[in-house]
Design a protein around this ligand. Structure first.
Ligand SMILES: *Cc1c(COP(=O)(O)O)cnc(C)c1O
Length: 379
């Protein structure tokens, strides 16, 4: 291995970005309907985030989390205020997988139990704890042994939940909409059932909102859309619009006995300033409602185009701007053709699902552009 990247890169060199677009060498314009794994929630290089980061980096780049600093305190308060229901306590880290590792540790400590229930097709990250709760063998096998005590249940099956979650269970981890597993939204009834069985067993209900959160599904948090409140909610990806931040939000009963946990970079001022600007913009500009509206339009137009052009599509599903298009041929070929012939970027979710996670600020014209390109490639 020489100076290169360990894993495969795409044959597209990116130079800059603005809003829904990325720009390559010699100015080639790419419509980014993956938002780089949902990270560019407000679009690339959002001015509010850029300004906040510039101002902060001139003042102070970093100070350890044990010294209060205004910008981080503001973020704690903001997240506590925006979290569903009475989730008041915030732990900050640098990625989604770390946010889930913390959730596992906190739940085990607070309950004094070790068993964790997770779901088939689920994805929770790639460090050895979160990876153990992730379903796909491809991600796990070469790295075993992973964290123990994980039991998997089929996603969406209430009876299996009732059976698996018992008096030995520390936590049940669920994505309100499975993302990497193929865009599968849970029903409200299933999530309500998850709430009931965890409450009865004294286990923590953890919603992994790393992909579904900060407006993606048309609500600030996907669980708000279905009215179910977890004990722990994890967030990352779009929360700081491109700077690395993860958050584990927990109820008092978890925080009171969370054990000893720490991280050197927890909530650094520059990252915190980006998150404050991102969350303020999402709330002030009512971005979740916009995402709900444009998402509905995009799904409708995709359905109409599929029917009109008889496209090889099995199913279109999702909520807000988290949409999966299950194609009859391999998703990777579709994605490659979209990128190279149409300059449109999106993501896979498994072998047959084209996953759309555009910046939440895209409008109907962007949706039309995507649908036209999709028809070109699949038609
Ligand atoms: C991306 C993702 C993670 C992992 O986040 P990283 O920042 O890549 O560690 C965990 N859970 C879900 C649902 C995700 O989509």
């Amino acid at each position: 291995m020489t100076g290169g990247f360990v894993f495969s890169e795409k044959p597209i060199q990116i130079e800059s970005g603005e809003g829904a677009y990325l720009y390559g060498e010699n100015g080639t314009e790419y419509l980014d309907f993956g938002a780089s794994y949902a990270v560019a929630a407000l679009g690339h290089s959002h001015p509010a985030v850029t300004e906040a980061v510039q101002a902060q980096i001139e003042k102070l780049t970093y100070v350890q989390a044990s010294y209060p600093v205004e910008v981080r305190t503001e973020l704690y308060q903001k997240l506590a205020a925006l979290a569903p229901g009475d989730i008041e306590n915030v732990w900050l880290c640098n990625s989604g997988t770390e946010a889930n590792e913390a959730a596992m540790k906190f739940a085990r400590s607070a309950t004094g139990r070790s068993k964790i229930v997770a779901t088939k097709r689920g994805f929770h990250g790639r460090t050895l704890g979160a990876l153990a709760m992730t379903w796909k063998d491809k991600y796990k096998k070469p790295f075993e042994p992973l964290a123990g005590g994980i039991e998997f249940v089929p996603y969406g099956d209430p009876a299996a939940l009732a059976e698996a979650v018992d008096e030995e269970t520390a936590a049940l981890f669920l994505e309100p909409v499975q993302g990497e597993g193929g865009i599968h939204p849970a029903s409200a009834a299933y999530l309500e059932h998850a709430r009931d069985v965890t409450e009865d067993a004294g286990a923590a209900l953890v919603f992994d909102e790393i992909q579904t959160g900060v407006g993606r599904t048309g609500d600030l948090w996907a669980c708000e859309g279905v009215g179910v409140e977890p004990d722990i909610l994890t967030s990352a990806k779009g929360i700081a619009n491109g700077l690395p931040l993860g958050a584990t939000l927990v109820k008092d009963w978890i925080a009171e006995d969370a054990g000893d946990h720490g991280s050197t970079f927890s909530g650094g001022p520059v990252v915190a300033s980006a998150a404050n600007a991102t969350l303020d913009t999402i709330v002030e500009e009512n971005i979740p409602e916009h995402a709900a509206h444009v998402g509905e339009y995009l799904q409708h137009e995709l359905d109409a185009a599929t029917e009109e052009h008889d496209l090889p599509v099995r199913e279109i599903r999702g909520v807000g701007l988290m949409i999966g298009v299950q194609v009859k041929r391999g998703a990777n070929r579709v994605l490659k053709n979209l990128a190279l012939s149409e300059q449109v970027l999106a993501l896979p979710a498994g072998r047959t699902v084209v996953r759309l996670l555009p910046p939440l600020v895209v409008d109907e014209d962007h949706a039309d552009q995507f649908v036209d390109s999709f028809v070109e490639v699949l038609g």
